[in-house]
Design a protein around this ligand. Sequence first.
Ligand code: UDP
Ligand code: MG
Length: 326
Amino acid sequence: MISVVVPSYNEQEVLPEFFRRLVAVLDGLNYSSEIVFVNDGSTDNTLAAMFQWRETDPRVAVIDLSRNYGKEIAMSAGLDYANGNAVIVIDADLQDPPELIPALIEQWEAGYDNVYAQRTERDGDTVVKKTTAHWFYRLIQRVSNVRIPEDTGDFRLLSRRAVDSINALREHHRFMKGLFSWIGYPSKAVPYRREPRGAGHSKWNYWRLWNFAIEGITSFSILPLKIATYVGLTTAVIAFIYAFLVIYKTLVYGDPVQGFPTLMVVILFLGGVQLMSLGIIGEYLGRMFDETKRRPLYFLNRYLPARNSSEKYGEQSGNMPARNAP
Ligand code: UDP
Ligand code: MG
């Protein structure tokens, strides 16, 4: 069986068209299938549409999260509850064409566990976004040991063991691209053309992208901490040399009180370096704070399994913790 996980947040404009195209693709497969819709706290009619489709199509399962948690967690909830032998993660906004699914399945049949869709071109994106994205991938490859393939989003197929591996990683700061690579297993790229959004609007902007980049780096590398150490060391060495110079000058030429500019520069420089290092430590400390609380990743408002499934959990509601919570 193939499961398709669809995280959706306020997607009422595109969801009907998406569902129509997805169903058309699934009907043509030689596998039974399941569509796991995850409603990530939408405030429009997204959830109502999902419930309605579940009545008419026995393959539809609905997970209704207790609030908006963000795409990473919505996706993780879907992966937790997906029952398929292979699970496909796809955006609801039609930027990931459902028609690519047979090509993903083909590679899975060929033995790959992690079949990711790779964009051949990024039509909708500006030059600035393209170059910053490119540099981000180079950087993260440099600073961490995970190799994150470039121009790859979350659109992919995961084998059952890959899904189980992802589900075993319960961290709160979920940099999914990194996690998908971190679990390893044979991986394969399938090229595709990424369409502009069908309707509605993206929830991304540059501030969020910046934070996304920080998230990626701090989740997979402690290099910034090391940099802080070495910047500190270098500053200390320079400070020592300079101290000797000052003492020497004072001893040899006397001390005609001078050097206010030098003093200011030194104080400001040292202050800057210290605050920056503190900030870097703070980034990591904040993340440790979040992780050490060990809260469940999400709570469910309701879970309705697909009507054709032999789901052992059955229909549930209330504030259930994640199925795979340790
Ligand atoms: N999404 C979600 N929760 C959120 C934001 C987005 O589940 O808080 C879903 C959204 O419905 C869509 C997918 O994640 O299916 C990608 O969102 P978006 O198109 O905004 O991101 P982009 O394609 O610009 O990366
Ligand atoms: Mg999108």
